[in-house]
Design a protein around this ligand. Structure first.
Ligand code: DC
Length: 221
């Protein structure tokens, strides 16, 4: 039986960095489900003016997604082409926020996510992993932090990469993404009843990892 750890939470809570470190420590693979949604968004990049539900649902048959793991690092293929490094732009974030509201998109991606967990030990991060994708995960976490702290972390991360950005713009973009995640009718972001809730505001990444590893070790090994 393969093991699974679910990590849900809002944008900018640090799920991805934390999951990468945990995956290395445990020798699991880290499945970033946001990247899977972003790959669907990438398909619709040139069809931005037609992102209504009927149109998007009618095109999903043409979307060929493959998730590969190279040295435990996730690669996203669309129609056989590696698009992994094209998924982080603001444009793709906006399309992903839109199309992830649609039930047909969520249903389309469900078996892909579950399929990976069926044949690997996984740390899977996203918005609905504990509640919908892997309801029987061995350990479930919900990571969050204050809106301001999440925006500041993102701001510092972009600055350290010399990306020109404004704190206020990042703050309002994260606020908008929160609204999308919380208000959507289909699989909204919510804390699973059996998840361990952890507010990382004011915590260092080492402190977060220490707490999560402590909880994981109670259940796995
Ligand atoms: O985590 P992220 O910002 O890379 O996610 C991109 C988009 O996909 C975001 O709008 C939320 C959505 N998403 C989702 O609806 N369900 C998931 N399990 C993961 C991401």
């Amino acid at each position: 039986m393969f093991k699974s750890i679910a990590i849900d939470g809002p944008a900018g809570a640090g799920k991805s960095d934390v999951s990468d470190i945990l995956a290395d420590k445990l020798n699991f693979i880290h499945v970033d489900t946001g990247a899977i949604y972003r790959t669907v968004a990438f398909y619709f990049k040139n069809k931005k003016d037609r992102l209504d539900e009927t149109f998007v649902c009618s095109k999903l048959n043409n979307v060929f997604i493959d998730v590969k793991f190279d040295d435990n690092r996730q690669k996203m293929l669309l129609g056989g082409v590696d698009v992994s490094d094209k998924l982080r732009s603001d444009e793709i974030s906006k399309i992903a926020a839109k199309i992830s509201q649609f039930r047909c998109v969520r249903n389309f991606l469900l078996p892909i996510q579950r399929g990976i967990a069926k044949s690997n030990n996984v740390i899977m991060d996203g918005r609905d992993i504990a509640t919908v994708v892997l309801p029987s995960a061995n350990v479930k976490f919900f990571l969050t932090a204050s809106l301001e702290e999440r925006a500041m972390r993102r701001f510092k991360q972009l600055k350290s990469k010399n990306v020109e950005c404004q704190y206020d713009e990042i703050l309002s973009s994260i606020r908008m993404r929160d609204r999308n995640d919380l208000d959507r009718a289909n699989s909204p972001l919510e804390v699973s009843k059996d998840a361990i809730f952890f507010d990382t505001t004011g915590k260092t990444i080492d402190e977060v990892i220490e707490f999560l590893m402590f909880e994981i070790k109670k259940v796995i090994n």
